[in-house]
Each structure stands twice: as structure tokens, then as C-alpha cells.
Design a protein around this ligand. Structure first.
Ligand code: HEM
Length: 377
């Protein structure tokens, strides 16, 4: 409340209030392109890469996003994604069948981690036997995004760069194997064969887009499900109601996205020009970090913000960001979390947390437990 905009020692700026964050997310003078940044730090696209659209500004961003959206559905419309419901149910049921007989379950490793990667692989048409390799690659890439340039380990960056290369090579090979075959129903084949009004995507653009969906859609969803299990076990009254009224899951997931957002902050924006935000002048080229989690608990916008309350009327949370980069996978992430949480709590016998708080992953950007042990009693 006292410092909506704070200057960091390295010259970057941190913005933490709802109104200012929302305005900046809609401000065309803010760039997601690392080339506009004067400072080092976490970026989404390394220089020299063909960047995916999350690291591009309009108009290049808009063309690629529009093309991908034709096969995924717009972020506010669950229409296309709803067709996936039976597949998601089948994947969740398979995972739950393997864990209901266990006395102790790690919600992260046994459930939340394999679920979204299986879904994305299914969407992209990745063969099941290749899925375990994705886990390692995706984990190494996400770990690299969190490396602090001042103190971070070079080893982690090296591993991340290598994993990114392996993933790109793998996806390029997969795309190659789709060419010359009749168009399949998977996303890679559809993007490769799309002759829509925006023209064709190049192979590089398709690989970057597939890569983005994997990275952006995996750890985030893991955290939403794991934060959801933890929060519901800490709020037995809400869990009790949810068991009786499963349709309450829709607003429960929205409240989770506000109360425990998987993406805590967006650290990769740059000021295109000098900007004045809440009386502070942010010079052109500065890194701007937007703390979504703090905006979500801003008392000027949310009543009683530290209370987990799925019944709140207004819940325009920042969990999926806002503006031109508003999360592209939001309907899928919502559906995954709704199905995962409802099915899990429907099938587990009196689950109890083994440790509270659980160990957290070492990440400032993505927040969620590294492990979440649950015992059935
Ligand atoms: C963008 C959060 C799941 C794909 C974003 C952004 C946030 C976010 C905050 C904005 C980034 C920015 O402004 O720079 C989340 C959360 C998720 C989730 C909390 C899960 C709970 C997914 C899934 C997918 C996905 C499942 C795809 C399968 C994307 C893409 C973008 C994006 C492609 C970039 C959009 C653009 O640049 O136009 N997400 N996401 N996300 N997300 Fe998600």
C-alpha cells in the first residue's frame, strides 16, 4: 500500500498493486521482447532463438497467437477444450487407479506432475513412451528461468540450455514425421497443415509454439493442482462442501488462482519508453516485475483478501495475467484443475497432510510445493 512501485538495487522496478499491475499489462509501452531490455535477468526467449509468441510484441505476437488459437480456442471460451473432457477424465482415472491403494501419496510426483504433461503430449501427438523424457527437459528449462543472474548457478543455466535444445530437436523430428502423412488430429499436424488467413507457420514457428505450450502449460498446472490440494486440506469446511456440491469446483478453482496463484510474478517485461506509474518515473529499457500474487491480495480491490473464500462475488484475479498475453491455455488449465481436484477428493479416503508446510520449490516465479505428502487414514 505504501510502495506500489519499488526500485530494486539492480535498477529494475517491482510493481505490486492491483490497479497498477492491470494498467501495465494493458499498456502497449511495455514489451515482452528481451531485446528491449537494458538489464540481464530471466527472459523467455534467449537472443538468437526463434522466440515463441509469449516473448514477442504485437504485431508479430498477434499473428502467431491467432494461428495457434484457431486450434485451441480463445482464452475465454472453453468450447474447443470441452471436447477434451473425456480424454482428461480417462487420464485422471488412470493416474488415480494407481494411487488409491497407497498409504502415502506424493501429490506432486504421483499425480499433479504426470497429469498435465500427459495432456500436452496427447494434444501434440507425442508417443506415450517418449513422455518421461519431457519431464526432465521441462523441469531443467523452468529451473533456468529462475536463475538469478547475480547469484545463479552456471550449471543450472547450462543444463537448461541443453534441455531446450534437446526438446527443440525432438519436436522438429516429430514435426518432420508428420509431414507427408495425411493430416492427423493432433496440434502439430493441424498447425503444419493450416492454410488460414494468416498464411502458414514456418517449421521454426511451429516448433517454438509447441515448445511454448509445453513449458507454459506444465509446471503452472502442476502448481495449481498441488496448491489446490494443500489449500483444500487446510480448509476442511470448504472441502466438505465441495464433496457434497461438486459443481462448486468452478468457483473454487477461480479462488485458488487468486489466493495461491501458480505464477507469482512476471519478471520479463521491459519499458519501451519512459513510463510514469503511481508517481514514479520508470526509465526506458528498465526491467519491470509485476507481482501478480500481491495484486491478487490487494485490499483496495479484494475484500478480506487473505481469506480463502470460493463464494466471493467479484473475482477478477490476475492468476492468468491480462492484456494481449492473457494466458492462452486458461480454459484447459481450469478444466484440468477442476477434474483433477474433484476426482482426487472423490477417491481418497480421509486424506491428511504429512507435513504442513510442505517443502517448496526454489522458484520466485512459479510457486508451489516440491513435494506434498498425503496419508490416507
Ligand atoms: C501466458 C498463467 C496454464 C499457455 C500466461 C500468463 C500467465 C499464465 C500469468 C501471462 C504471461 C505474460 O503476460 O507474460 C498460467 C497459469 C496456468 C497456465 C497459472 C495454470 C494454472 C497454461 C496452459 C497452457 C498455457 C495449460 C497451454 C497449454 C500459455 C501461453 C501463454 C500463457 C501460450 C502466452 C500467451 C501470449 O503470450 O499471448 N499463462 N498459465 N498456460 N500461457 Fe498460461
Amino acid at each position: 500500500r505504501r510502495t506500489p512501485v519499488a526500485r530494486q538495487e539492480d535498477g529494475g522496478y517491482v510493481v505490486s498493486t492491483y490497479r497498477e499491475i492491470t494498467a501495465l499489462l494493458h499498456n502497449p509501452h511495455l514489451s515482452s521482447d528481451a531485446h528491449n531490455l537494458d538489464q540481464p535477468g530471466p527472459t523467455l526467449a534467449m537472443r538468437g532463438d526463434t522466440p515463441a509468441f509469449i516473448g514477442l510484441d504485437p504485431p508479430q505476437h498477434d499473428r502467431l497467437r491467432r494461428m495457434a488459437m484457431r486450434h485451441f480456442g480463445p482464452p475465454h471460451s472453453p468450447r474447443l477444450v470441452n471436447d477434451l473432457r473425456p480424454d482428461l477424465n480417462a487420464i485422471v482415472t488412470r493416474l488415480i487407479d494407481n494411487l488409491v491403494s497407497k498409504d502415502e501419496i506424493d501429490i506432486v510426483d504421483d499425480f499433479a506432475y504426470p497429469f498435465p504433461v500427459t495432456v500436452i503430449c496427447h494434444l501434440l501427438g507425442v508417443p506415450r513412451e517418449d513422455e518421461p523424457r519431457f519431464h526432465g527437459w521441462v523441469e531443467a528449462i523452468v529451473a533456468m528461468l529462475d536463475v538469478d543472474p547475480a547469484t545463479g548457478s552456471e550449471e543450472r543455466v547450462r543444463e537448461g540450455v541443453q534441455a531446450r535444445e534437446s526438446l527443440r530437436e525432438y519436436l522438429a523430428g516429430l514435426l518432420e514425421s508428420r509431414r507427408g502423412r495425411p493430416a492427423g488430429d493432433d496440434l502439430l499436424s493441424r498447425l503444419a497443415n493450416d492454410d488460414g488467413p494468416d498464411g502458414r507457420m514456418t517449421d521454426e514457428e511451429i516448433v517454438s509454439t509447441a515448445n511454448l505450450l509445453l513449458i507454459a502449460g506444465h509446471e503452472t498446472t502442476v502448481n495449481l493442482i498441488t496448491n489446490g490440494v494443500l489449500t483444500l486440506l487446510r480448509h476442511p469446511d470448504v472441502l466438505e462442501r465441495l464433496r457434497r456440491e461438486p459443481e462448486m469446483i468452478i468457483r473454487t478453482v477461480e479462488e485458488l488462482l487468486r489466493y495461491e496463484p501458480p505464477v507469482h510474478l512476471i519478471p520479463w517485461r521491459a519499458a519501451y519508453s519512459d513510463l510514469t506509474v503511481a508517481d514514479t518515473v520508470i526509465p526506458k529499457g528498465s526491467r519491470i516485475t509485476l507481482v501478480l500474487a500481491s495484486g491478487n491480495r490487494d485490499p483496495a480491490y479484494f475484500r478480506d483478501p487473505d481469506r480463502f473464500d470460493p463464494d466471493r462475488r467479484e473475482n477478477q484475479h490476475l492468476g492468468f495475467g491480462a492484456g494481449v498475453h492473457l494466458c492462452f491455455g486458461a480454459p484447459l488449465a481450469r478444466l484440468e484443475a477442476q477434474i483433477a481436484l474433484n476426482e482426487l477428493f472423490h477417491n481418497l479416503e480421509s486424506p491428511r497432510l504429512v507435513a504442513d508446510p510442505p517443502p517448496y520449490r526454489q522458484s520466485a516465479v512459479l510457486r508451489g510445493p516440491r513435494h506434498l505428502l498425503v496419508r490416507q487414514e
